[in-house]
Design a protein around this ligand. Structure first.
Ligand SMILES: [Zn+2]
Length: 140
C-alpha cells in the first residue's frame, strides 16, 4: 500500500473502488465506474474537507489529528457516514496513525483487507477484489 494514498481525513485511498478501478485498469463505464488516482495524488488534498478547511487547503497539516480542533464537526460527519455505510472509522484510523505510525497502520490495513483468494487488497466500498474480478470478468 502507498503511504501517499492516506488522505488527511484518514481515508485510505488504497481501498477505494475508484482508485482500484484506476490502478487495475478496469474499463470506464459512463456513470458507473469512476477512475481516481487518490485524493493526494490528484492534488485535491481532501475532496471531502478541503473546501471548508483552511489548514488542509494550505497544506499546513498532513493529517487531521495534527489540528487543535481534531476531530472537528466536519470530520465527525464524514466519519459517521463511513462508519454507517462501510464499517470503517477515519477518526480511529487517524488515532492509530498518530499512535503507531503510518508504516504500522499500512501493514494492519493490508492484513485487514486482504483478498482470501489472491492476497490483493479488497475495496472498502464494495468488498471486491479487483485482481480476481479482472481474471473472471474483464480483459486488459
Ligand atoms: Zn483476489
Amino acid at each position: 500500500m502507498k503511504a501517499d494514498l492516506i488522505a488527511p481525513c484518514g481515508m485510505n485511498c488504497n481501498l477505494c473502488s475508484s482508485y482500484l478501478a484506476y490502478s487495475t485498469g478496469l474499463p470506464k463505464q459512463r456513470g458507473k465506474i469512476h477512475h481516481c488516482q487518490g485524493c493526494l495524488p490528484r492534488g485535491k488534498l481532501c475532496g471531502q474537507l478541503k473546501r471548508d478547511c483552511t489548514k488542509i487547503r494550505k497544506a499546513e497539516i498532513r493529517f487531521c489529528y495534527e489540528c487543535a480542533s481534531f476531530p472537528c464537526d466536519r470530520l465527525k460527519t464524514l466519519d459517521n457516514r463511513y462508519r454507517k455505510n462501510y464499517n470503517t472509522s477515519f477518526i480511529e484510523n487517524l488515532r492509530e496513525i498518530e499512535k503507531d505510525g503510518l508504516d504500522s497502520f499500512l501493514r494492519n490495513q493490508e492484513k485487514a483487507f486482504a483478498c482470501e483468494k489472491c492476497g490483493e487488497v479488497k475495496s472498502i466500498h464494495n468488498g471486491k477484489c479487483y485482481r480476481c474480478e479482472r481474471v473472471t470478468s474483464w480483459k486488459g
